[in-house]
Design a protein around this ligand. Sequence first.
Ligand SMILES: C=C(OC1C=C(C(=O)O)C=C[C@H]1O)C(=O)O
Length: 291
Amino acid sequence: MKTSESLVPRVGNISFLNCAPIRWGLGDSGALSDVDLVSAPPEQLATELLSGNLDISPISLARYLQHADDLCLLPGLAIGSDGPVRSCHIVSRGPLEGLGGRVVALSEASRSTALLARMLLEDAVGVRPRYRTLGQDVDAMLSTAQAAVVIGDDALRLGADVPSGLTVHDTGAMWRSWTNLPMVYAVWAVRREFAQARPDLVDEVQEALTDAVGRARSHPMEVAIAAARESRESRNGAVDVPVLLDYYQALDYSLGERQMAAIHEFAARAFARGEALTPVPARIPIHEGQT
Ligand SMILES: C=C(OC1C=C(C(=O)O)C=C[C@H]1O)C(=O)O
């Protein structure tokens, strides 16, 4: 990728293992030197993008749908799964059917999975729990709640080694059996102003990210080894290579027709429940913002 003029785009990257393949791919191609890559948890990236400190970033689908007027979708890229996702779970002490009137703790790190879990519990399982939003610490969450909704590396670790007495319900699998659709947890978004001012840079970043995903897909073992190393260096604890190989098989970074249909379905179901978000996100992504 070669950036035009001197402007270096400020690009977000989720600091979880779900984006380790993209970090690996950007490093492999050398594109890392053409962008100012900012790694942080998803909610922090959303704040930075919406306040103008980032130009392009992954953002939880729920947040994107709340701010669709200010953002454009970057075509072709998302974080989702067609079935189990392995890192977005409802963790419970007993069956989900028993959660009526009980407390379910929602991780403050999540917007999409938190909303999805509420939809699944109320509209698919048919229970009405009470919710409390807490910092993502599974032990602390489960000390005051009957179930917890968790995402990212903590959830991945938990699903790979389930503590006794707990059941892990994968929200990707639940959404798939409810709707027959893949789930899109996050999309890449561009500030509308930036998309209008620098469509050339948006295209370059989009190409670099797509290329990174392709490179990572062709080197699964190298990616899993690099991600395992990354996890050992983080304060949260190691994730083993076989777990990561499975994880990257489950994760889908594409945003095609089926994923767009899934976004519409998610938005429509959430809107019908009274959520403050746009029910029909722009179907034609980026260049629509330039009219
Ligand atoms: C698959 C994941 O995708 C994500 C889930 C998000 C959410 O629930 O709001 C937000 C961004 C992504 O990190 C994950 O975090 O495990």
